[in-house]
Design a protein around this ligand. Structure first.
Ligand SMILES: Nc1ncnc2c1ncn2[C@@H]1O[C@H](COP(=O)(O)OP(=O)(O)OP(=O)(O)O)[C@@H](O)[C@H]1O
Ligand SMILES: O=C(O)c1ccc[n+]([C@@H]2O[C@H](COP(=O)([O-])O)[C@@H](O)[C@H]2O)c1
Length: 227
């Protein structure tokens, strides 16, 4: 990109456990967006879902193993170090205070997460702090304001803030960029289910992460959930 604005992208998640779907998505996004840094940000206590099956420290260690030797992706531990429920707006406010007003910050998410955005803590503040990058599967449709009453707030946001990759380098925050990208059909829920029912999740996640899970006997009782 012609602009020399420093650009950072964040990819947040529970990572319970991290798998190749997360890692591929983060790497492909990092290359497509041409960011200077792509950080994976494990959440401590996600307010919107059940408490993760393993400790925050174990999820951190699995991510660290997954990223070992990978220069393109970094681990950002700030949410694990912050007590209380984890809110993205707090993370972005912290980062903005740390990095100043000019650095471009993008928070990346799947379409499933975007559709829940109006329930996020202080969600209207998010675009004042960062860009949002939304990944959709090829051929998937975004909600449109005139036809989709159920996602009206999201559709309005998409219309008002629509932008492209160049905008991520031209301004520090405020644009919503939609990317079509093929997602590997892997979920942490399915991996937990496989382990809990005595089957192997090999080839769905890095070998070092699987070794850690086996060494620490994680997820042995989590035999619920499918794909
Ligand atoms: N297979 C995948 N490919 C790309 N991105 C994914 C994939 N699975 C999840 N994501 C994205 O990764 C982020 C973190 O997801 P999360 O940690 O909840 O993983 P998950 O596999 O969906 O877990 P769970 O099954 O426990 O809900 C979210 O933005 C989500 O949209
Ligand atoms: O801030 C919020 O209220 C909020 C609500 C739901 C999800 N998030 C963030 O969205 C990211 C993906 O969440 P999840 O549940 O798919 O792991 C993760 O970084 C969460 O902290 C944030």
């Amino acid at each position: 990109m012609s602009s020399n604005r420093y650009t950072i992208a964040l990819f947040g998640g529970t990572f319970d456990p991290v798998h190749f779907g997360h890692l591929r998505m983060a790497l492909e996004l990092s290359q497509a967006l041409k960011v200077d840094e792509m950080r994976l940000v494990p959440s401590h206590q996600p307010r919107h879902r059940q408490t993760p099956g393993v400790s925050a420290e174990q999820r951190r260690q699995m991510l660290a193993l997954a990223l070992d030797g990978c220069d393109e992706l970094q681990l950002d531990e700030r949410e694990l170090n912050r007590p209380g429920p984890t809110y993205t707006v707090d993370t972005l406010e912290e980062l903005r205070a740390e990095l100043g007003e000019e650095v471009s910050i993008s928070f990346c998410m799947g379409l499933d997460s975007l559709l829940t955005l109006p329930s996020w803590h202080r969600w209207e503040r998010l675009l004042q702090l960062a860009h949002l990058v939304v990944v959709i599967r090829p051929g998937w449709k975004l909600p449109r304001q005139d036809v989709d009453g159920s996602h009206g707030a999201v559709a309005a946001l998409l219309e008002k803030h629509a932008g492209g990759i160049a905008d991520l380098h031209a301004q520090p925050c405020g644009r919503l960029v939609v990317r079509e990208q093929t997602l590997l059909p892997i979920s942490s829920t399915h991996i937990r289910y496989l382990i809990g029912s005595g089957q192997s999740p090999r080839f769905l996640l890095p070998a070092a992460v699987l070794q850690y899970i086996e060494d620490n006997q994680l997820y042995r009782t989590a035999a619920t959930g499918g794909q």
